[in-house]
Every structure is written in C-alpha cells, then in structure tokens.
Ligand binder design. Structure first.
Ligand code: ZN
Length: 250
C-alpha cells in the first residue's frame, strides 16, 4: 500500500500493509520533534569536515545531532506540505470528502510524517492511518500524490471491505491508487523517472508500481513474476474502475 519513492517495496507483516511497520513502531511522542542537541553551528560542521579538535566522542555527538536536527526540519517541511494540501489541493480535498462519505475521517491527526528506512514514500494502515515518509518526499507535488495514493487505499478499505491478506485485493487497490493519485501522469514519468514512452506510458507505470507493491505482500515474498501475474489477473477491471472519480484526474 505504500507509495514508493522509486519502488513500492512493502514490509510483510501479518495484519497489515506495507509501510505500516514504520507507522506502528515509530509513532512520535509530542516531544520527539523538539531538537535537543547542541546548536548546529557552521563551526561544528567545519570541525567535523576537517577533523580539527575531533575526538570519537565529539564525532559521535556531532553525527547524532545532525540526524536529529535535520529530522526536525524534514518533519516540519512534511507537515507544512500536508497542512497546505489539506486546505488547498483539489484532489486531497476531494478524497477527504469521499472517505468521509464512507464513514472515514482523515485529518492532519491521522496523516503523520515520520522518517522511513525503506524506499517508500508513504503507507496506509487500516487503524493507524496514513504515513508520509518525511525523508523520502521530494517536494509538495510528491506529498500530494502520496496522500492521494494512500487516500485511495483508505477509500477502498472502507467502501469495498478489502481483504489486505489477499494479494489480489492488494493488487487491485494498488492499481487504482497509482492510476487515480496522479503519480503516473505522463509528465511525471518523463520528468522524474526518465521513462517517457509515447504509448501506454500510464498503463505501464501503473503495472510496474502495482507489481512492485504486490511483490512485498507476505504471501508473494518478493517474487516479481508471481506479483506480475496477480496484477495481470485483476488489471483490466481495476484499471477501469475510477470510483470515486468520474474519470482519471490529472
Ligand atoms: Zn499503495
């Protein structure tokens, strides 16, 4: 279910859905975002770069502080994008309303920015909500596509009683999420991934991303060939199913 930054690799686990292990294990506490290290001055960067006055302890402290300092900055940037998009993005607002129609409530509290280790942009968990991988998101457009992608999963979960344990169900939702979120729009493929193909670029992009995601399902265990077959089996019907959109949104 995760939207990936360059792949949709998932974290197998019995009750869920990829990307969700991070969400489950790394839920932030309220003070987690407050930087508690020493001031991050140019002098510290210079000392580290030149090795001047460095001891192993100072070096460790510097490395730890750098990680914490930039984690805060990334988290803030991600949350600012999220909040802006919840107010201003047509697709995010539309999907928020559609999820509400099927009795789901998505707000800033259920869309959380956290650091991710895997190569993914986001994730959806039926009870924990939407994960945004603050350290994998390039810019606001990428955050927008990722929120839209995960919101399609949320919508599917509520509207169609998806069985996430069934790889075919996951495949169908991934196909819809990639198609409807806009992450496979033509310019995106061309600008970001250098995979410009004049014909059927969108369909190929959706197939590729869905296959990578399905390969991460616990029952598929990384088998790309099996994942490709599962995607093929459901592709036509799921690719055509644009609910809740009338047509594919660009
Ligand atoms: Zn997904």
């Amino acid at each position: 279910m995760s939207t990936s930054s360059s792949s949709d690799a998932q974290t197998p686990s019995s009750d869920h859905v990829e990307g969700t292990s991070s969400l489950a294990h790394e839920a932030p506490t309220s003070d987690a975002k407050v930087y508690k290290g020493k001031p991050m001055t140019w002098f510290r960067h210079l000392a580290y770069a030149t090795g001047w006055g460095m001891t192993p302890e100072i070096e460790d402290e510097y490395r730890r502080d750098v990680g914490d300092y930039y984690a805060d900055a990334l988290c803030k940037r991600c949350e600012d994008h999220r909040d802006w998009l919840l107010k201003n993005s047509p697709i995010v607002r539309f999907m928020t309303d559609q999820v509400a129609e099927v009795n789901g409530h998505l707000s800033r509290d259920s869309i959380r920015c956290l650091p991710c280790e895997k190569d993914q942009a986001g994730g959806f968990h039926p009870t924990l909500g939407i994960l945004l991988c603050q350290n994998k998101l390039r810019d606001r457009n990428h955050v927008e596509d990722t929120i839209a992608h995960e919101m399609v999963h949320a919508y599917d979960h509520l509207r169609f009683q998806v069985d996430w344990d069934n790889p075919k169900h996951l495949a169908c939702s991934e196909i819809r999420a990639s198609t409807l979120s806009g992450e496979c729009r033509p310019w995106q493929e061309w600008m970001v991934r250098g995979q410009w193909k004049f014909l059927r670029h969108m369909e190929q992009c959706v197939r590729r991303r869905a296959t990578i995601s399905v390969s991460g399902h616990p029952k598929v265990k990384g088998d790309m060939e099996m994942a490709g077959k599962i995607v093929d089996q459901v592709f036509d019907s799921c690719y055509k199913d644009t609910r809740p959109f009338r047509e594919v949104y660009r």
